[in-house]
Design a protein around this ligand. Structure first.
Ligand code: GLN
Length: 458
């Protein structure tokens, strides 16, 4: 297969900056050639998504959000999906061209940017990390008079207030927008001014949340005066207006499904963008972002989502949901009709079916139960466990050998010199390990790189 055929068959698209790079500098091709692609059965994987898409398309219940008037001006029938693997492979289906504003899907990134700038200790002096059990814009604060978490409106208004707060408004927005550009690898990104104005003009609830927090000194002091002093936190009452405007602007950033798929894949890849290789977030911050997404990302459906679907995700009222399967891929689904809780109806249906067909709930029993080999860590685990088996054979460590074999590790695993555990154990005259390996099906005829079978020991 030539490179172009490999690209076509494995989902590498022309906007990927690696597309025309020669073999040496192209990490996709080298992973492909060494059998290291995370989702190596790309056709089976994408066919499965297509089947689910067709099943879900038939059903389009719910209503388009209209509390922000401009949001009602979309085609309610739209339905598209984009999946991007941690290796940067792309699969899109349905209406993947239309762009949309990101709404609450901006919140994990805003939180991440606050973490990037301040420590966890400082950010969480101003916002909690607990699901609220309430609607995303409900007028309530937690026991400390702070927002429950960064993924509801009050919390995102708070994290917005922490970003580049001593800079001019224009520079603050530019900073956030530039970061989004990196997340979407300079593919489509824009700003929806009509949505912004519409949201600003109908913002009674968000203003009310802002005033509630301001009244309780949540912006100025947060939980502890000592911590807020550390960042020399200043807060004048007119900062609220600016913060709200910046928050509305974040919600009005526009991209498309490819952009959201890439952003999700970057989070799935520990913060490193699969197309550009740039580390946009540290893996430590990604861990925090994903933890909050798992517990709080789906409004008041977060508990059931975690139970049934079990992958970190975020939903927005424009009809977008993106899910992150750590180490595997990001998935963005767009369909504007929402269920009662404000989640895309088809989005939820899609993910429910997806995790059933491709076992990706993060607590799934991967070793025995993975039907599709889409899991990078599974492959790496096999390798690492294979080497552990060789090491245990070398040390005549029968307990470890037994343990690894019980986990399902291949007793005939061979290293780069094609040496198996049996070769190594017999070379060391480790009688017990040799017997144990043979009892468990070790092949005495396996040849190593020098065409030797394991030698017999007396
Ligand atoms: N901009 C919207 C708001 O503040 C975001 C809500 C959402 O997507 N859940 O109301």
């Amino acid at each position: 297969m030539n490179n172009m055929e490999k690209y076509a068959e494995f989902g590498i698209i022309a906007s990927d900056p690696r597309f025309l790079k020669d073999d040496k500098n192209n990490d996709f091709l080298s992973k492909y050639d060494n059998g290291l692609l995370t989702i190596d059965n790309w056709k089976l994987f994408t066919d499965t998504i297509k089947t689910i898409y067709d099943e879900v398309k038939i059903n389009n219940e719910g209503n388009v959000a209209s509390y922000i008037p401009q949001l009602a001006n979309v085609d309610p029938e739209l339905f598209g999906i984009c999946v991007v693997s941690v290796d940067g492979q792309v699969f899109r289906i349905g209406d993947f061209d239309p762009s949309f504003c990101i709404q609450s899907c901006s919140k994990p990134i805003t939180y991440g940017l606050a973490l990037k700038e301040h420590s966890e200790n400082i950010v969480h002096n101003f916002v909690g990390m607990e699901p609220s059990g309430r609607n995303f814009n409900e007028l309530c604060l937690n026991e400390d008079n702070l927002p429950h978490n960064p993924l509801i409106n009050s919390g995102a208004i708070m994290t917005t207030s922490l970003i580049q707060s001593n800079k001019e408004q224009s520079n603050r927005f530019q900073y956030i927008y530039n970061f989004w550009n990196e997340c979407v690898a300079n593919t489509f990104l824009s700003f929806d001014n009509s949505v912004y104005l519409s949201e600003k003009d109908t913002a009674d609830r968000n203003k009310c949340l802002g005033f509630m927090m301001q009244e309780k000194k949540a912006f100025k002091k947060g939980k502890s005066k000592k911590i807020s002093k550390k960042i020399n936190r200043k807060w004048n009452n007119d900062d609220l207006q600016k913060t709200l405007e910046l928050y509305f602007q974040n919600c009005s950033i526009k991209t498309d499904l490819l952009g959201m798929g890439l952003l999700s894949a970057m989070l799935a890849n520990g913060g490193v963008h699969p197309w550009t290789n740039k580390a946009l977030f540290s893996y430590k911050d990604v861990k925090k972002i994903l933890s909050i997404m798992l517990s709080c990302g789906m409004y008041d459906y977060s508990g059931e989502w975690c139970y049934k679907i079990g992958i970190p995700a975020k939903s927005g009222v424009s009809g977008l949901i993106y899910g992150v399967i750590p180490g595997v891929c990001g998935i963005a689904v767009y369909s504007p009709k929402l269920d009662k809780l404000g989640n895309s109806f088809r989005g939820i249906e899609f993910f429910k079916k997806f995790v059933k067909k491709i076992n990706s709930h993060i607590f799934e029993n991967r070793l025995n139960n993975y039907k599709l080999t889409i899991e990078h860590s599974l492959k790496m685990n096999d390798k690492i466990n294979g080497y552990l088996l060789l090491d245990a054979a070398f040390n005549n460590d029968c307990d470890t050998v037994r343990n690894l074999l019980a986990k399902g590790i291949n007793v005939n695993y061979q290293d780069y010199d094609k040496r198996s555990a049996l070769h190594i154990a017999s070379n060391e005259n480790n009688k017990e390990a040799v017997e144990l390996l043979i009892e468990n099906g070790a092949n005495i005829n396996l040849l190593d790189r020098w065409n030797n079978v394991a030698h017999k020991i007396e």
